[in-house]
Design a protein around this ligand. Structure first.
Ligand SMILES: Cc1cc2nc3c(=O)[nH]c(=O)nc-3n(C[C@H](O)[C@H](O)[C@H](O)COP(=O)(O)OP(=O)(O)OC[C@H]3O[C@@H](n4cnc5c(N)ncnc54)[C@H](O)[C@@H]3O)c2cc1C
Length: 386
């Protein structure tokens, strides 16, 4: 059952106390500089019952509570986008996906670890030749007896080198039938033939962005998502209800990031004095700050509407695509406006703002780019092509 507002407030309070302990601002800055986030912090979220919000009670969870989960992601994202990202790899890529699409055996194997915060998956969709056009994946899976043999490469596979398994989209039949010959296979990271290398990124530093190569990787046929009978069902598994939560999760991170940036600029404007007054007294700065607060409020309203639709079980694909599109670009723009308020100090690595900007630049790219969301919106609203 979903938490009521009192329970949500208590959870938020406990989470804030935990974040003050494990992720004070100077520690978060250190993760970015060292490009390293201790993955074992995930278990601390498990202790607080946060990761259990993605798991049904019969598998050791608290029952799936999407509203609470997204609230938590936002709260963590306000402190550290990568720490919130780590949570997503546990709760979404493993917890919600396995809960929705996994076989009974897979649920029993993985979900208790999600509830405890000790299990995380990497998401292996993108490839060197495949970005938005996921139906073109080239990584091949061949069935040999009771084994699946995988060969190919994944790119931008966040967290692959620290995950337990890679939730991998593969081509499991002839390429001609693009949408029908795709499958998901769960590939344990330590399987022989799996290798990872790291790619440097502008933002989201601390959680590794990996290239993954699969060379004659052999896993049991039971590792096909949902079991062997789900071979070639990958496309419909990709488009299940969890996809809506996967669109909203980067939005929750973005909301946290936007709130952090606005708070920093708002406070800074009341400290910095130029031309004999605090800069919040200059009309241009006042208007910028009023604009970013207003834009942030429109983002909150869109999120609330999307979550409400999900909770009521209403079809929400159009709404979540609009939300992902609007929030990604709006919050990126909000963060850049906040940087401007802080002048040179917004550009200095002595302040968090420059990290906020670097992290914000990925928002319209990952988790379904804004161009793909625009296509979704126009298609779902049946805009004719000719
Ligand atoms: C930090 C980071 C982490 C990531 N983590 C993961 C991960 O964990 N797992 C994973 O699988 N992927 C991950 N990705 C990859 C991400 O999902 C892709 O970058 C995204 O899908 C876009 O693919 P692409 O970059 O190859 O761009 P492309 O698809 O090559 O697109 C290039 C440009 O063309 C535009 N474009 C493409 N097709 C169309 C079209 N039909 N109509 C209009 N415009 C179009 C795009 O919007 C973009 O501007 C990550 C990326 C980053 C940067």
């Amino acid at each position: 059952m979903a938490m009521n507002s009192e329970e949500l407030a208590m959870l938020r309070e406990s989470l804030r106390a935990l974040l003050d302990e494990i992720a004070p601002p100077e520690v978060v800055r250190g993760w970015d500089r060292a490009d390293y986030l201790p993955p074992e912090l995930l278990a601390r979220f498990g202790e607080l019952g946060i990761t259990a919000l993605a798991v049904d009670e019969e598998y050791g969870g608290l029952g799936r509570d999407i509203n609470a989960l997204l609230m938590v992601m936002q709260e963590i994202g306000k402190r550290s986008t990568i720490l919130a990202g780590l949570l997503v790899h546990c709760t979404n890529y493993c917890g919600l996906n396995i809960g929705e699409q996994g076989s009974e055996a897979q649920k029993r194997k993985y979900l208790p670890g999600v509830a405890a915060g000790t299990m995380m998956f990497a998401l292996g969709l993108s490839e060197p030749n495949v970005g938005g056009d996921l139906a073109s994946v080239e990584t091949r899976a061949e069935i040999r007896g009771d084994k699946v043999i995988i060969n190919g490469a994944k790119r931008w596979c966040t967290g692959a080198e620290i995950c337990d398994s890679i939730y991998t989209l593969v081509r499991s039949g002839p390429v001609e039938n693009r949408y029908k010959n795709l499958s998901f296979v769960i590939i344990p990271r330590t399987t022989k033939g799996v290798s990872t290398t790291s790619t440097g990124t502008m933002g989201m530093r601390g959680i590794p962005t990996n290239d993954v190569v699969f060379e004659d990787v052999e896993v049991p046929i039971e590792n096909i998502l949902g079991g062997p009978e789900k071979l070639n069902q990958g496309w419909s598994q990709l488009a299940g209800p969890t996809l809506e939560v996967e669109k909203l999760s980067p939005c929750a991170l973005a909301m946290g990031l936007g709130e952090a940036a606005v708070e920093a600029a708002w406070n800074y404007s009341q400290e910095r004095v130029q031309f004999g007054m605090r800069i919040c007294g200059h009309q241009a700065v006042r208007h910028t700050l009023a604009d970013v607060q207003t834009k942030l409020q429109t983002c909150r309203v869109m999120m609330k509407e999307s979550i409400g639709m999900l909770e009521r079980g209403e079809p929400s694909a159009l709404q979540t695509s609009m939300t992902k599109l609007y929030l990604s670009e709006t919050i990126r723009d909000i963060v850049i406006q906040c940087q401007q308020v802080m002048g040179a100090y917004g550009y200095s690595d002595d302040f968090d703002m420059e990290r906020y900007v670097r992290d914000a630049m990925v928002l319209p790219i990952f988790g379904g780019s804004t161009a793909i969301q625009r296509n979704n919106v126009a298609n779902m609203m049946r805009l004719p092509r000719s």
